[in-house]
Ligand binder design. Structure first.
Ligand SMILES: [Zn+2]
Length: 833
């Protein structure tokens, strides 16, 4: 095992032996704008108490120049990931001077050059363990300390970190910025941002406390940044959380920075949250996109307390902060912002992520057993975030909201600036709720899998039948048509279910909806009568959360091969045009296209693709001009056009202006690219056409889109080049690698890509050994061959059982996705005959 892969056992030993008092980190980024300069000098001084005679620092960079221990210069003992230090006293000052490397993979200190104006932008991203790519440190969450950052950078740049600037000195065209020391925090949430960032300012105050707010983005995106909405949501969140947690915002200021080529949605660095630029809308955006952005803003804000103030001891309890932030972020959006339907998206989109992951062979308990960093890295998944949050929602239903919040307040007060495990949270909640949560924890946090709830005819009417013995608190809703034809809830009752069937009475209704209100985490099946009702009248259900649960139920049954794909597609064709919730609409349109590619048997696929393309065009034609629905349908047209070229002439005409776009549809750059890319995939856009698009949008996004579109063209030589680039061109950035892979696989053209199946499996070990984990994941996941047989994957897995666990996990998941495709396809004739 590489010495970069830290284990739980050794970090635990290190934190037992050390108490860190302070870090001072000085980074010289003054030459960053020169692309020929690959590295930067990084100097760390750490003061710490030790009970051991020796320890190690973590650092992944090009060179360590010197190590000084208590004033003595010592030999540098550096293996590329660890710096060994011995001769420690009870109290120590260690200074390490090193050269770190600018990143192109989004890990560590990422450097980006804006093609629009040639400006250079830097930002850091560390979780779980990439601070060591920027400065030498003890890289583990339970060694907290105050950090003082000192940054040398171009004089005209903005330099931002977790705290405000203490003072700034200028020497010629270089500035030296010294920040105020942070409160005690973990290494993975420290941050440094530098570049000619545009910013908008605001302020939030409550009583004595005034918090300056900032929103930052690249200058070339400033015209698209709706900072007012960002700031409004931020203020709404600070109001909400201050009341809910009864603990004042601890981090001084609150900056939010949108950064290029970001590998995730956002990161909760205290006082300096970073976000993907996808949250800057370059054109029209649906209500659901705005809602999702607000949910991310407030998810990160919840971390200021849960995660940053109180932090998990080790990555086993990553869920403690992620589940909590996911739950609280959604709650805050629903109750404090302009998007009261946030729980609808949660029920449909977020929980679908959890249901999907929880049925993989690699699923794990929410409270996981994470032995090392590679395992930690892969656990930022649907279980840790979405299932955990769904289970917290169930916990609130179980202990009551007041007890839940009171428990959280106790927890913050008791563990502020400390580290915790699951046990600490359970203790706090048990104190306030008076309930024994150990059995609950065993059933929900320490086991895997999804309960399936069905409705069956019992002796005294209908009964809920659970597939396992996990305890659920859930509601049942009885729905009928009102005189206008709308389907409305007529009655609702809560039940406790734990293993045995539970009668729900003999009430008659057109639709009986289990888990009404989405209190619990379970797959729900509809009885025959309810199914008939929703097939005829799904869009007449008034409550969007109930509609979301029905859509979700149908999709889960489709994915399980229990509900015919043809019927799911018929419901989508029949009811999607009337779906008014833009999040539900986008999810259904995505599911329909996915079902056609993966679940429809080969013999029927061409016809279904063509029918779906027609559906999307007519959805587009009938949508209200300028509406979010119109935008969602336009994107669906582009999606469907990757698989059927029947609409190519019409799309070409819209792009070249010879035919008007549908009334009210804003042809923004991202929509234009999705159309152009679809044309390229089906062989209707050559390089000159794509370069014309680039001339209209020669931006970072435009260049990434061009890479994808070029690689999408259905030509043997194009696929060969894309394959070669993805596997061997290490100069590709994270975004460009992702675009290359998306182009290679575009249109599901197995006739062109199946020849690379053997090469894929042959390359896996090498890819894992050579690439950073972020890039390796892109390759292993993105290029997994979705063919017609499991033989290749099975052969690789049996020959490589000694491969790194994280790689084995990814391959096992790819295999299982394919196995499901094959299983559901095979079930279709049985279902429809
Ligand atoms: Zn989070």
């Amino acid at each position: 095992m590489s010495s970069a892969n830290l284990t739980r056992a050794e970090t635990s030993t290190r934190s037992d032996a050390l108490t860190v008092h302070s870090y001072r980190v000085e980074l010289d980024l003054s030459a960053a704008a020169d692309p020929s300069v690959q590295g930067f000098s990084s100097r760390t001084t750490v003061e710490f108490a030790a009970t051991a005679e020796s320890t190690w620092f973590d650092f992944i960079g090009s060179h360590v120049e010197s190590v000084t221990v208590n004033g003595r210069s010592v030999d540098v003992r550096y293996d590329g990931a660890r710096i060994l230090v011995d001769g420690l006293d009870a109290l120590n000052t260690v200074t390490i001077a090193a050269t770190a490397t600018y990143s192109r993979t989004g890990e560590g200190l990422h450097r980006f050059t804006d093609p629009v104006d040639g400006e250079t932008y830097l930002y850091t991203q560390y979780e779980p363990a990439d601070a060591r790519r920027v400065f030498a440190c003890f890289e583990q969450p339970d060694l907290k300390a105050p950090f003082t950052f000192v940054v040398h950078a171009a004089a005209e740049w903005s330099v931002v970190s977790n705290r405000s600037v203490a003072y700034r000195t200028a020497e010629g065209d270089v500035q030296r910025v010294v920040f105020e020391p942070t409160l005690p925090i973990s290494t993975y949430i420290t941050a440094v941002i530098a570049g000619p960032y545009h910013h908008a300012d605001g302020v939030w105050s409550r009583g004595e406390l005034t918090v300056p707010l900032g929103v930052y983005c690249r200058r070339s995106l400033a015209k698209h940044l709706d900072a007012d909405e960002f700031l409004e949501v931020t203020r709404q969140g600070l109001d909400f959380f201050t009341d809910a947690f009864d603990y004042p915002y601890p981090w001084g200021k609150y900056d939010q920075v949108l950064v290029p080529e970001y590998n995730l949605g956002a990161m909760e660095n205290p006082g300096c949250v970073t976000f993907t630029e996808r949250y800057i809308f370059r054109g029209a955006a649906t209500a659901s996109q705005h809602e999702r952005r607000a949910t991310t803003i407030l998810h990160e804000m919840a971390h200021m307390w849960f995660g940053d103030l109180v932090t998990m001891k080790w990555w086993d309890d990553l869920w403690l902060k992620e589940s909590f932030a996911d739950y609280m972020g959604t709650l805050a959006v629903a109750e404090a912002t302009a998007w009261p339907d946030a729980w609808v998206s949660f029920a449909e989109r977020r929980k679908m992520w959890a249901y999907l992951q929880d049925q993989l062979p690699t699923t794990h308990p929410i409270a996981a057993d994470i032995v090392d960093l590679e395992a930690a890295k892969l656990n930022f998944d649907g279980i840790t975030y979405a299932k955990g949050a769904a289970v917290l929602k169930q916990l609130v239903a179980y202990v009551g909201r007041d007890a839940f919040f009171e428990g959280a307040r106790h927890y913050f007060r008791e563990h502020a600036f400390g580290n915790t495990t699951l046990n600490d949270l359970l203790e706090a909640l048990e104190q306030t709720s008076g309930r024994d949560l150990r059995a609950w924890s065993t059933h929900w946090l320490e086991t895997t899998g999804v309960t399936t709830l069905t409705v069956a005819q019992g002796p005294n009417g209908l009964a809920i039948v659970p597939s396992d013995d996990r305890p659920h608190r859930l509601a049942v809703g009885w729905y009928d048509a009102d005189p206008s034809g709308a389907i409305v809830r007529r009655a609702r009752r809560e039940f406790d279910v734990a293993g045995e069937p539970v009668g729900i009475g003999d009430k008659d209704a057109a639709l009986v909806l289990l888990n009404d209100g989405d209190l619990t985490y379970a797959k729900v099946r509809l009885d025959e009568r309810s199914l008939a009702t929703v097939e005829a009248k799904l869009s007449a259900i008034v409550d969007p959360l109930a509609r979301g649960l029905v859509w979700s139920s149908l999709w889960n049954a489709t994915r399980d091969g229990e509900y015919p794909v043809a019927r799911y597609l018929a419901v989508a064709r029949g009811h999607a045009t009337a779906e008014t919730n833009s999040g539900l609409l986008a999810a259904v349109l995505g599911n329909a296209l996915f079902a056609i590619q993966h679940y429809v048997p080969e013999s029927a696929r061409t016809a279904e693709r063509s029918a779906w393309l027609k559906t999307t065009w007519s959805g587009l034609a009938s949508a209200d001009p300028g509406s979010g629905g119109q935008l969602a349908w336009a994107r669906a047209v582009a999606g469907a056009a990757n698989y059927d070229d029947g609409g190519a002439p019409d799309i070409l005409a819209i792009l070249d202006g010879s035919a008007p776009a549908p009334d009210g549809l804003a042809l923004d750059p991202d929509l234009r690219w999705s159309f152009a890319s679809a044309l390229a995939t089906t062989g209707h856009a050559d390089e000159p056409l794509l370069l014309t698009e680039l001339a209209r949008d020669d931006t970072a996004s435009g260049r990434t889109a061009l890479i994808e579109a070029l690689a999408s063209r259905p030509l043997e030589s194009v696929k060969a080049d894309a394959w070669h680039a993805a596997l061997t061109d290490t100069s590709l950035t994270n975004d460009h690698l992702e675009a290359t892979i998306a182009g290679f696989t575009a249109g599901g053209r197995r006739d062109l890509t199946a020849r690379y199946d053997d090469a894929y499996f042959a390359a896996l070990r090498e890819v894992w050994a050579q690439r950073s984990i972020e890039m390796a994941e892109l390759i292993v996941d993105g290029l997994f061959p979705r063919g017609d047989s499991l033989a290749n994957a099975d052969a690789w897995m049996s020959a490589n059982d000694d491969a790194p666990a994280a790689l084995l996990r990814l391959v096992a998941e790819g295999r299982d996705h394919l196995a499901r495709d094959l299983r559901v396809r095979a079930a279709q004739p049985r279902l429809t005959s």
